[in-house]
Design a binder for this molecule. Structure first.
Ligand code: HAM
Length: 422
């Protein structure tokens, strides 16, 4: 391993790109608390059963994509492929099982062993929310509204909200029979995966992107009409509340989502700037079963991929966030000056202004070049002559002016100019 690349499907984020990440993270920390959600952190790995039972053994994620390993005690652990199961595991120890609502959001890395492609990574980052413990169409609608508020906050326009209902577990058997009967007739023309899905998990066929399967899928029966009247009413209410909130959506009858815990409302937000992996965010209402438990934790939530949000922002040519407080560079000519500059730099930093002081013996020209490289707004210069006079030379690079100031006046001189710029 002689090159500097990280493993496929992962990336390094350098300081230059970090402001873009902070904008996404800071906006989450700003928007979600407005709806009463608090940040929660759970481990980046869980016992494997939490995902097997929680997401469903038949899901692609559990079958093919989990990073699973044994710990020293021989227990099977898995790097979290998504956030909901771990959050729900933790919340199951609280009052959510008694119908007391919990509102949480989370940020962090997730891991899926997928074939890397644009927008498909092995380590990616999600921002997500979960509202656990209660069921009401209003909660689902507010959750969707909150996602759109977040996207608005981070400047993402032009996305599409897709909406569907998965029904309840009781609604499924008649719908599954209808789908199996319909696809059964044409299964020979469909891909090998779909042939496998017919008996194992017929819903997944609706998700298939293969061209040969698309024609058959497009004419599939409308299963929502087979769901119970209560389920249909719940979905109609979610739609009606969204209408009242002025939220535009498209009903997507084939939207099933890739995880098995969903019931009732499911949704996805797509963006044209993303290419083939076009989902910015996805979520829905769920009944999530934990290992050894007969009663599911109920809730609704969503997660958005930070890498995909960045791709959409880039496609929209959104300006990168500006560094609000520009840095100061201290030029020191001679050892004595450099020592004094280190002390002054410390005082400037304590006033909340970033400062860099040259520590090596370099020419004036080389030090000014270094100041340029960090886009310094102010440059403070001193050598033996200035020390003797008890002053520093202070340059305002924007204004193109320069003054001689006693050291004690430097911060007072800079502050009003910085406030004006901010
Ligand atoms: P998901 O649809 O699997 O849902 O993932 C949510 C988002 O994470 C996707 O829309 C996408 O932006 C991003 N994402 C997923 N996989 C990758 C990948 N391999 N590379 C890059 N980005 C990816 C969930 O994870 C559910 N836990 C959401 C949820 C929360 N449902 C209810 N509560």
């Amino acid at each position: 391993m002689s090159n500097s690349n990280p493993p496929p499907g992962t990336s390094d984020v350098f300081p230059e790109e970090i402001p873009l990440w902070h904008r996404l993270e800071d906006s989450a920390r700003e928007v979600f608390p407005l709806y009463g959600y608090g940040e929660m952190r759970t481990p980046e790995f869980e016992y494997t059963e939490v995902f097997e039972r929680g997401l469903g053994n038949e899901t692609e994620v559990v079958q093919k994509e989990m990073y699973t390993f044994k710990d020293r005690g021989g227990r099977s652990l898995t790097l979290r492929p998504e956030g909901t199961a771990g959050i729900v595991r933790a919340l199951s120890g609280t009052d959510v099982m008694n119908g007391i609502e919990k509102r949480v959001y989370y940020l962090g890395p997730m891991f899926r062993g997928e074939r890397p492609a644009a927008g498909r990574r092995r380590q990616f980052h999600q921002v997500g929310v979960e509202n656990a413990g209660r069921i009401a169409p209003e909660i689902d609608a507010e959750c969707i509204a909150m996602l759109l508020h977040y996207l608005e906050k981070i400047g993402i326009t032009g996305s599409t909200l897709l909406l569907n209902t998965r029904g309840t577990l009781e609604d499924r058997p008649p719908a599954e029979n209808a789908l199996r009967e319909y696809f059964g007739k044409d299964i020979e023309t469909m891909c090998d995966d779909c042939k496998d899905r017919l008996n194992r998990n017929v819903w997944r066929i609706l998700d298939c992107k293969q061209e040969q399967c698309q024609k058959v899928i497009e004419a599939a029966p409308d299963v929502v009409s087979l769901f119970s009247p209560e389920t249909q009413k719940f979905f109609a209410e979610v739609c009606e509340i969204l209408n009242r909130l002025g939220i535009k959506y498209e009903i997507a009858p084939r939207l099933v989502r890739g995880l098995d815990y969903y019931v009732h409302t499911v949704f996805e937000v797509t963006h044209p700037g993303l290419g083939a992996q076009n989902a910015l965010a996805g979520g829905g209402r769920y009944e999530l079963y934990l290992p050894g438990s007969k009663k599911p934790v109920i809730g609704v939530g969503f997660a958005a991929g930070l890498e995909r949000l960045l791709m959409a922002q880039e496609a929209l040519e959104l300006a990168p966030p500006e560094n609000l407080i520009p840095p100061v560079f201290l030029v020191g000519l001679g050892g004595n000056a450099r020592r004094l500059n280190m002390k002054l730099a410390g005082d400037i930093r304590r006033a909340g202004i970033p400062a860099m002081a040259e520590v090596e013996d370099k020419s004036m020209k080389a030090q000014l070049r270094a100041a340029n490289r960090i886009n310094a707004n102010f440059v403070l210069i001193r050598g033996d002559e200035e020390i003797d006079k008890g002053i520093v030379v202070a340059k305002d690079m924007n204004a193109g002016t320069q003054e001689e100031l006693p050291e004690s006046e430097v911060i007072k001189w800079m502050l009003p100019k910085i406030i004006k710029k901010c």
